[in-house]
Design a protein around this ligand. Structure first.
Ligand code: NAP
Length: 343
């Protein structure tokens, strides 16, 4: 077995993941190409690595949202290469839906692929990561204050969770000598980005950077190559935007609207993790007051589990309670204030 560092790139048969896999192979890593369904595209990446670099590559089919597939991906990597140094959590579902189009099914699928998969895959990986290892998550520049966009409501909610996981895990895994960072691409020309958009919408996104073009997968791969490198060993817990200057970070403190004095009050029982209870709450408020202006979404489940203690059940309880129930009624005034209590 060679001494080369070993990288797993989830979702690397196409798009950004493919470019990352090719770049990490050029940098001298042995690379595991993970894919969901596109075996021939994954094999093309393996073949390209073998024909253009000195590095080794294998492809492993697996849906990263299925825990057993994650365990098999780790086993096949260890069987082939004997170690795991770098993991790029690239596979995701890029979902482009307005708040009214979001369904319980799309919510479940987005959080399954984009949040649950990286969380439990990390948990499975921890015993196997080498000292000097690198975990690299992918979020999106759409989480930046200056680039918040309509129709990315659900997608950016999942990516916000990834960014918080990055910060917390960087503290947890630093003791093990592993860095944890997140790379946030801007609009990048891939199948996932183009899906469901008109040419006019694509040109709109291209025009958002001062370069007047979309990012290319190789633009993102260069930044990930740096974060994976020895030179980046002191970069930890960071969110690195790679978007050609589309989003320029600013620090922003929102002013929560003050809640006007209450003249009348009603009490409504409801479990906010149940969508039907949320609908009842809105209905009863409208029936009594005829309008809703302020929704202070305060109820939340506080969890102090370390990653190794997180179970499927606790993961689902926390997300059901703290994320899923966030809809304001149709019929409320359009500029309602939604106050999320920060924990
Ligand atoms: N493109 C952008 O503009 C953009 C911007 C910001 C952030 N990002 C982030 O960058 C990452 C890559 O995006 P992309 O545009 O390159 O995506 P993409 O073109 O849709 O490619 C997705 C890749 O992930 C694989 N995949 C999807 N679901 C999977 C699953 N459940 N298990 C295993 N593999 C799975 C696909 O495999 P198959 O080929 O087998 O289907 C494919 O290789 C994502 O995390 C995305 O959120 C992208």
């Amino acid at each position: 077995m060679s001494n080369a560092r070993v990288a797993i790139v989830t979702g690397s048969s196409r798009g950004i993941g493919r470019a990352v896999a090719l770049q990490l192979a050029k940098d001298g890593h042995s690379v595991v190409i993970n894919y969901q369904s596109n075996a021939s595209k994954a094999q093309e990446v393996v073949d390209e690595i073998h024909s253009t670099t000195q590095s080794c590559a294998i492809s492993v089919q697996g849906d990263v949202g299925v825990l057993a597939d994650g365990a098999r991906l780790i086993k096949e990597t260890l069987d082939a290469f004997g170690r795991i140094d770098v993991v790029v959590f690239n596979a995701a579902w890029i979902v482009y839906q307005s708040i009214t189009e979001v369904t319980e099914e799309s919510y479940e699928e987005a959080f399954r692929t984009n949040v649950k998969a990286p969380m439990f895959f990390t948990q499975q990986l921890i015993p196997h990561l080498t000292t000097g290892g690198r975990l690299i998550f992918l979020s999106t520049s759409l989480t930046s204050v200056s680039t918040v966009m309509p129709n990315y409501f659900l997608y950016t909610a999942t990516k916000g969770a990834i960014e918080q996981m990055t910060r917390t895990l960087a503290k947890d895994l630093g003791r093990k000598g592993v860095t944890v960072n997140c790379v946030n691409p801007g609009p990048t020309d891939t199948d996932g980005f183009r899906h469901g958009k008109t040419e006019q919408q694509i040109q709109f996104f291209a025009g958002l950077t001062p370069f007047g073009r979309l990012g290319q997968p190789e633009d993102i791969a260069g930044a990930i190559s740096f974060v994976a490198s020895e030179q980046a060993k002191w970069v930890n817990g960071q969110i690195l935007c790679v978007n050609g200057g589309m989003a320029v970070e600013i620090h922003f403190f929102s002013h929560l609207a003050s809640i006007p004095p209450q003249h009348r009050a009603i009490a409504v029982q409801g479990d906010l993790a149940i969508l039907a209870d949320g609908a009842t709450l809105v209905k009863e408020a409208l029936a009594v007051f005829g309008r809703i202006d302020v929704a202070a979404i305060n109820a939340a489940l506080v969890s102090f589990d370390s990653l190794s203690n997180v179970t499927l059940e606790s993961f689902e309880q926390v997300f059901e309670m703290n994320v899923k129930w966030r809809e304001i009624a149709p019929g409320s005034t359009a500029r309602s204030c939604v106050c999320y209590r920060r924990l």
